[in-house]
Write a protein of this length. Structure first.
Length: 128
């Protein structure tokens, strides 16, 4: 089978899920920590991590580790056709009401002082 066709198939499978599309919508603004993604989407962290792993395997996102924190960003695709497709999807997601709401929540989270965020993260993971 043509490798480009296989790559397209992988791309479309990765995009065929609402949660993954919402995650990509958050990453349009740049790099985002996993904890901020799951807070913005209001989804359990394991579910978000599972979807991020799927997007990473599909080559759509890249990671950067900073101590205990893992940050995700959109990948720059080497195939210009795939990059155009991903850009078009990003444009569409950027205009969805749910995408606008998700980004507003992310912006609110990002405006919270780091020491307060650390306490909230610690409380949410250590009091269960």
């Amino acid at each position: 089978m043509d490798t480009r066709l296989t790559t397209l198939e992988t791309l479309f499978k990765a995009l065929a899920d609402g949660t993954r599309l919402r995650i990509l919508g958050l990453l349009l603004a740049g790099e985002v920590c996993v904890c901020d993604i799951h807070d913005s989407l209001g989804l359990p962290q394991p579910k978000v991590s599972r979807h991020l792993a799927y997007l990473r395997r599909a080559g759509l996102v890249e990671t950067r580790r900073d101590g205990l924190w893992v940050h995700y960003r959109l990948a720059t695709l080497t195939d210009p056709v795939l990059q155009v497709l991903l850009d078009a999807v990003g444009h569409a997601i950027g205009h969805l009401d749910s995408g606008v709401r998700d980004r507003k929540r992310l912006s609110k989270i990002a405006d919270t002082p780091v020491d307060v965020r650390l306490k909230l993260v610690h409380a949410s993971c250590c009091t269960r």
